[in-house]
Ligand binder design. Structure first.
Ligand SMILES: [Cu+2]
Length: 333
């Protein structure tokens, strides 16, 4: 009789570390990584990280080597003074010198800047769970109001003026720079300079409630002349089809109580500005791609896509009406 056990052996041995490495490394590239810098501050932070990592690895190897050497009795002719030398040298002198050097290195990276009147300012106001964005350029008469997407010129320092409507949020674009808290009742300021055109992703980095993890935004870095053209374009009304059926339903459904569309309805300010919503990459603060289908899903039942959202569901509206509003919003450019 022979053994009836199946002879199939599956070995995950080599796959696991490879998969783990892949997962780990995939976090280091892409549009939301502090280790793939596309901004002046992010570069400094990334350098600091690598210097610290290298230093820590060397010290780790030294300590382990010493411990190993001691265990194996490799110290030749130890005297009664050897432990004291090790403790004073390795426990007092070495950390004081190394931590001193690292402190000076770190302090040199602290930002040192003052508000300058001729800088582009972007006010970002954290809300549960989205971002109000207002652009104020020095020679611009009227501020440009937007939401949930930030456009920046490359190679130009921009002053972010950060505030919060409700709880503490934290504003962070890992690829471009460090993060800063948005604190109710206070204004915090951050100077960021993007260096590489591209599309990045910003997030809220401080737990701020149920949908904290659904509070992101796209960051689009342009060449300076393209940025100026973009901003100029945003100072005018979007193209609104006068006989668009969605426009009428938008106005008659009460959306305008909370949302502004430049040149159509200016009263609503509870929710995000929808003036140029058609040109935004995502909806609902980075949670879904901006397509007419997703817009219709959002309007029908936003809480289904973002728990505890502060917008009512419109399940009572006929699906054709919702589709018409979605088409109307998609065309607002
Ligand atoms: Cu938040």
């Amino acid at each position: 009789m022979h053994d009836t056990k199946p002879e199939i052996t599956i070995s995950f041995g080599p796959c696991l570390p490879i998969a783990a490495m892949g997962l780990l490394l995939s976090g280091c590239v892409g549009r939301q990584s502090a280790l793939a810098p596309a901004g002046h501050d992010a570069e400094q932070i990334s350098n600091l990280f690598w210097v610290m990592t290298a230093g820590a690895s060397i010290i780790w190897a030294l300590v382990l080597g010493t411990a190993l050497a001691a265990t194996l009795g490799l110290f030749k002719n130890p005297t009664r003074l050897t432990p004291n030398i090790l403790i004073v040298g390795g426990g007092v002198v070495f950390p004081t010198v190394i931590l001193g050097i690292l402190l000076i290195f770190g302090l040199r990276l602290l930002p040192n800047w003052q508000s300058e009147p001729d800088r582009l300012q972007i006010h970002v106001h954290g809300e549960q769970w989205w971002w109000r964005v207002v652009y104020r350029a020095p020679d611009q008469i009227e501020p440009v109001i937007s939401a949930n997407e930030i456009h920046l010129p490359a190679g130009q320092a921009v002053e972010f003026v950060l505030t919060s409507a409700d709880v503490i949020h934290s504003f962070w674009i890992p690829s471009i720079g460090g993060k800063l808290d948005m604190i109710p009742g206070r204004t915090t300021r951050l100077l960021l300079e993007a260096t590489r055109p591209g599309v990045y992703r910003g997030v809220c980095a401080e737990y701020c409630g149920t949908s904290h993890a659904k509070m992101a935004f796209a960051v689009v870095v342009h060449e300076p002349k393209d940025f100026n053209a973009w901003l100029e374009d945003r100072t005018s009304d979007p193209n609104i089809g006068t006989d668009d059926p969605g426009r009428k339903i938008f106005l008659s459904s009460g959306c305008a109580a909370c949302h502004r569309i430049r040149g159509l309805t200016e009263i609503g300010s509870v929710g995000p500005d929808l003036s140029h919503i058609g040109s935004r990459r995502t909806i609902g603060a980075g949670i879904a791609e901006n397509t007419p289908k997703n817009l219709a899903r959002w309007i029908t039942d936003p809480a289904h896509m973002k728990p505890a959202v502060q917008m009512p569901a419109y399940r009572a509206l006929p699906p054709e009406d919702i589709a018409a509003i979605a088409r109307f919003l998609s065309n607002l450019n």
